[in-house]
Structures are given as C-alpha cells and as structure tokens.
Design a protein around this ligand. Structure first.
Ligand code: CO
Length: 145
C-alpha cells in the first residue's frame, strides 16, 4: 500500500514502480512471460520520445516493463548492441518529482533529465545516470500521476 503523497518527503523513494528489461523482440518476450509465468501485459505502446515499444506487465503493486528499440540508434538499441538483453533500469516512485530532481542536482547526481518529461502511460518521469549510484540507470516516476 502506497501512502498518500502529502505525507512523504518529496524526494523519498516510495516503491519500485517497475523494472525495465531490454529485449530484441517484444512479442516473443511477452509470449515467454505469458507461457512461463502466467502473466499478461495491461498496456502496450510506442514511446517515440524514448525510441521504444514497451509492454507493462502488472505484478502486485509494481510492473515488469519490457522494452524493445524502435531503431538501432536509440538508447535501448545501443544498450542491446553493447550488452545484449537484460535489466535496463529500475524505476522508483517519488511523491514530488521536480523537488526530487532539485534535491538530486544539489547533491551532485548526474541527471539525464533535469526536468520531468512524459513517459509511457502519460506519466511524468526522469532518468538519473547510472554513474550516479550503483551502476544502475534509475528512472523516477511521479507518484499517482
Ligand atoms: Co521505465
């Protein structure tokens, strides 16, 4: 259960919204998740801004996000070329995304997005560079957005 946003520190991570997994073939990955794990996407869409086709599979209070690149010259296309399929990013929900980004910038984080942009499902999101902490690309998602 996610608490109401008014009771949280603006930059506090509330939960894991989703994990993003880069795949070559979105249909094949969806079929594998269905056959192996008995789960089904609730949403599938093209996000031009990020150069991906994505599918969101609900798992309790969070999601698995399967990502396939629209072209080779996209972030996920370059990721696949360099590393192959695998975990691409972890997305955390925050109560106040602009405040969280200001806080991160003040504390020396390497922000890919200094201001929120619109991600899949119309959610406000921003990415934090993997070199900031833990070698992991972090996506922040505005809570309840
Ligand atoms: Co994501």
């Amino acid at each position: 259960m996610v608490p109401a946003s008014g009771t949280l520190d603006p930059m506090q991570l509330v939960n894991v919204d989703h994990v993003g997994i880069a795949v070559h073939d979105l249909d094949a990955a969806i079929d594998s998740y269905r056959e192996l794990f008995g789960v089904e996407p609730i949403r599938r869409e093209t996000v031009e801004d990020q150069g991906v086709d994505e599918a969101m599979i609900p798992l309790g209070g969070s999601f698995v996000q399967l990502l396939a690149p629209l072209r080779d010259d996209t972030p996920v296309g370059r990721f696949l070329a360099a590393r192959g399929e695998g975990l691409h990013h972890v997305a955390y929900a925050v109560a106040d995304l602009p405040a969280a980004l200001s806080h991160l910038e003040e504390h020396g984080a390497d922000l890919i997005d200094r201001t929120p942009r619109v991600g899949g499902g119309g959610h406000q999101i921003a990415f934090v560079h993997p070199k900031t902490v833990g070698g992991t690309l972090i996506e922040l998602v505005a809570l309840g957005d």
